[in-house]
Unconditional design. Structure first.
Length: 565
């Protein structure tokens, strides 16, 4: 079936005579155009014939017995490494599906281009289908056949709009059946799920299910998320983190110069990162703000909201004594979730809102535990309202929507007024709030993300060509020149542990949180007192694609790889 007919047959939004890309390269800016034509280097093992060498049998990140029961067909699989060989893999014609899952991350288009180019070169005549709108596209069999012309305008460009993404999960038996039907209907040899921890868990469940049903469709995962919390030894970083952090760091650097220029504002910047604080930590290492709050440290020290407020206020008071009534403060999006007393308050509020009428007179508040009642009263009114109003479809507060930066400004203001009355503070305080989130998710990918993603895609193509399933595409040795990067796949089950939910074990890929004993946090901790008092601001400037700064990799990755002191 030709691509045009396929697109029409499936009622895609581009049900036109010909599947055309949504983008027009003809209207691109000069920078976009130059990126389109940027030739991506490949690790040397991908430039020549290769064979796959299997490693030793794998286990799991935790509870191996339970993971073995949940994945009887996949558990124990070895990792796979590509090594040079004299005899190339035999040419085959493959039908491969690809899906983008979850939040956008710069570089996703290049993963798809990598898969496509691999198949064009080593398995001529193969077909790549792009499922539209995330996993829902698989379940509804909504796809577009990708051609060279179709993918061209997306090469080295940010965003996920080539096929778009979604947050649906393939969970119920009916949904697994729908995925099976799509795989059979399209006669898929393989499926690549480009996503975060949840999506890769889902990819593994699909791989297990297809193998259990004796279907030929193999499933691979690919590590994506700007949050940087999907990583392990074999998968050193998730793509998109490098670009997003550099975009935020540029914006923070600009705000720092503004603060220094006017001398009258404290900028409170909340940074994306739903759970882990990697983005905040990396941006701190790139820009040297006066104060940085790391959620994992707050949790480890069991700090209260008052402790966090006092820490910020203390630094502001010290700076005022030195004549600085300005500064920059970084806060992770997930902070509120790390504070035990806030978690307790939220869970009590969830219960009350689910079962009780919230009367205007405030009688409902008596249902809160005394400590939670006290905390609720201590919070600024706007935050009280956000805690009461914002509920997701499961009845939970959407913590990411809570404007933590505004809450902190208001709490710091109150504390400073108190200290002023006590004669302990003589400065001036004006807070400015910012949230840097969506601005960083679709930028033009850095040279690192562009190349890393292309190699991840190429690796996925190679692994499917070799008949592998249940692996996550892995590219390593990233501190070395690109030529020396290693390429292979890691057993998804080796990343897994279980969580007990509704009396059953559920497989999960554990999020990699900021490690307080890790090199990035230790470096930050050794410098933060100096940054607090002395203004050591760095303005990294915009992402560079040429010149000496263009190939610099983020601090977190280099420190974790031991390639930076
Ligand atoms: P993924 O984990 O799916 O990569 O998404 C991460 C993220 O960008 C978070 O940093 C942020 O909290 C969230 O997505 C926002 O989600 P949405 O796009 O649904 O608003």
């Amino acid at each position: 079936m030709s691509s045009s007919v396929t697109a029409m047959a499936n009622g895609g939004s581009d049900a036109s005579a010909k599947a055309t890309p949504g983008r027009l390269a003809g209207v691109y800016s000069e920078v976009q155009t130059s990126r389109l034509n940027h030739i991506l280097p490949l690790p040397s093992v991908l430039k020549k014939p290769f064979q796959i060498v299997d490693g030793p049998p794998s286990s799991s990140a935790g509870h191996p017995d339970e993971i073995a029961k949940l994945f009887p067909n996949l558990f124990g699989q070895p990792s796979a490494l590509l090594v040079p060989s004299d005899s190339p893999l035999s040419e085959k014609i493959l039908k491969i599906g690809v899906v983008l899952s979850g939040g956008q991350a710069p570089g996703g288009h290049n993963v798809i281009c990598g898969i496509f180019d691999y198949l064009q070169e080593r398995a001529k005549g193969s077909i790549v289908y792009g499922f539209k709108g995330g996993p829902a596209g698989i379940m509804k069999c909504k796809y577009v056949e990708l051609t060279s012309e179709f993918i061209y305008p997306y090469r080295n460009q940010g965003g996920f709009d080539m096929i778009c993404s979604g947050r649906d999960k393939i969970e119920t038996p009916e949904q697994f059946k729908q995925a099976e039907d799509t795989a059979s209907k399209l006669d898929l040899d393989g499926l690549v799920v480009i996503g975060g921890d949840d999506s890769n868990t889902n990819a593994c469940l699909l791989a297990e299910n297809f193998r259990h049903k004796n279907m030929k469709t193999r499933v691979l995962g690919c590590p994506k998320t700007i949050d940087g919390d999907l990583k392990c030894k074999e998968v050193p970083t998730s793509f998109g983190f490098d670009t997003a952090c550099k975009i935020y760091a540029e914006m923070i650097g600009n705000v720092m110069t503004d603060a220094r220029s006017t001398g009258k504002y404290y900028h409170f910047v909340r940074l994306m990162g739903r759970a882990a604080s990697h983005i905040t930590l990396e941006c701190a290492l790139q820009t040297h703000p006066n104060i940085t709050i790391i959620g994992e440290e707050v949790a480890a020290k069991k700090q209260t909201l008052k402790n966090v407020t006092d820490y910020i206020t203390d630094v502001i008071c010290k700076r005022a004594e030195l004549g600085y009534n300005y500064g920059v403060i970084l806060v992770p999006e997930g902070l509120i979730d790390f504070i035990p007393e806030v978690q307790q308050l939220i869970s009590e509020l969830n219960e009350i809102l689910a079962h009780d009428v919230v009367d205007e007179g405030g009688l409902w508040k008596q249902k809160l535990q005394p400590q939670s009642q006290q905390l609720f009263d201590f919070l600024p009114q706007a935050i009280q309202e956000q805690l009461m109003l914002e509920r997701d479809p499961h009845g939970n507060v959407q913590v990411a929507k809570i404007e933590t930066e505004k809450m902190l400004i208001s709490m710091v203001e109150t504390e400073l007024e108190k200290r002023k009355e006590e004669g302990k503070y003589k400065g001036q305080f004006k807070g400015q709030s910012h949230f840097f989130g969506y601005e960083g998710r679709c930028g033009l990918p850095t040279n690192f993300d562009s190349t890393y993603c292309y190699a991840l895609g190429y690796a996925a193509g190679a692994l499917l060509h070799s008949g592998k399933t249940g692996l996550i595409s892995s590219v390593g040795n990233l501190a070395a020149p690109i030529d020396e990067w290693t390429v292979g796949g890691t057993a998804l089950t080796s990343l897994m542990d279980v969580e007990r939910r509704h009396g059953k074990f559920k497989p999960v890929i554990k999020k990699a949180m900021v490690e307080l004993e890790g090199a990035p946090f230790k470096k930050f901790a050794s410098l933060r007192d100096e940054w607090a008092i002395k203004n050591r601001y760095i303005s990294p400037g915009p992402i560079q694609f040429h010149g000496p700064a263009s190939n610099v990799i983020n601090h977190t990755l280099l420190l974790e790889l031991g390639a930076q002191a």
